[in-house]
Design a binder for this molecule. Structure first.
Ligand SMILES: [Zn+2]
Length: 298
């Protein structure tokens, strides 16, 4: 039986926000079963909370922002990706500012926090969205689709006309171990020409070579180089897994992405939610559906 999970104890992380450049304190707090994931703005009157769902994605420019008319929480994807990898279903994420600490641009900050807090199983079974028929969303030359698969598998391809990136593909079965080993430490990346334009608009004020891989027209500018030869596509997997949490339940399927970003992922997830005949909610327990028996990937 796969049961719902939360964390064993409160744990705090601090760091600057990518866009504001301001120090933010974030506290992960255990939550009762059936709660789901909530961000709580402790710095605002009434301490408003927002759940993680695709129709509450307010912006996908450069990062994923959840929000309504009164408040927002930005750059949620690396944090969400990590809690999904640890199969955490119920959590309050309290913060004292408008964006999540950016750490070193990877998921390391959150990985360390969850390892410190530990994971606690709860009583109720975990629900999955089990894909039974393919679902596709594409625009221009970019696309995302999902096909039936007994587990969560991600195949991601990117193409950038840059000598250090070009075409990169990765194919991974996702679980806590593969996430920690293959994905979690891959950093965000950006091109110097875009960063200068964004800074002129008041964005990425906290960005530096300490929290991103930065490229000029031909080289990686970080003196330490890359953490993996294909760090770029690995980071895109990290982002996609974070955005996938806005589906509301963990996905069972094979996700195939080509040149996708936050906006395409949000549109794809909305398409999944609008395609109820293509998936069903299941629990993985003693009554394991027949077509999942003998599953090697969970
Ligand atoms: Zn990212």
């Amino acid at each position: 039986m796969f049961l719902q999970r939360t964390i064993r104890k409160k744990v705090e992380v601090k760091g600057i926000g990518l866009h504001t450049g301001q120090l933010v304190k974030l506290t992960f707090c255990p939550a009762p079963e059936g709660t789901g994931i909530y961000f709580v703005r402790r710095d605002l009157p009434g301490e408003p909370a927002i759940s993680v769902q695709a129709d509450l994605v307010q912006s996908t420019t450069g990062a994923t922002t959840l929000g309504g008319s009164a408040f927002s929480v930005s750059v949620v994807e690396h944090c969400l990706s990590t809690l999904a990898a640890f199969r955490i279903d119920n959590l309050f994420i309290e913060l004292n500012g408008p964006e999540i600490p950016f750490g070193d641009g990877s998921a390391k900050l959150f990985l360390d926090a969850f390892l410190e807090a530990g994971v606690a199983e709860q009583e109720q079974p975990r629900k999955y969205a089990y894909i039974s028929q393919p679902i596709y969303y594409g625009t221009e030359d970019k696309h995302v689709y999902v096909t039936p698969y007994n587990g969560l598998r991600v195949t991601y391809t990117i193409e950038f006309p840059h000598p250090k990136i070009q075409r990169q593909t990765i194919d991974l079965d996702i679980n806590e171990h593969s996430f920690c080993r293959e994905v979690a430490l891959a950093r965000t990346f950006g091109f110097m020409r875009d960063i200068e334009a964004m800074k002129a608009q008041g964005l990425v004020c906290g960005g530096s070579l300490d929290n991103a891989v930065v490229l000029d027209n031909s080289e990686v500018l970080n003196p330490e180089g890359l953490r993996y030869p294909d760090e770029f596509v690995r980071h895109k997997v990290l982002d996609a897994l974070g955005d996938l949490v806005t589906l509301g339940v963990p996905l069972m399927g094979h996700l195939v992405l080509y040149k996708a970003g936050h906006n395409l992922m949000n549109r794809f997830i909305r398409t999944v939610l609008d395609s109820p005949k293509c998936y069903r909610h299941i629990e993985l327990g003693a009554d394991l559906p027949e077509d999942l028996c003998g599953n090697r990937h969970l």
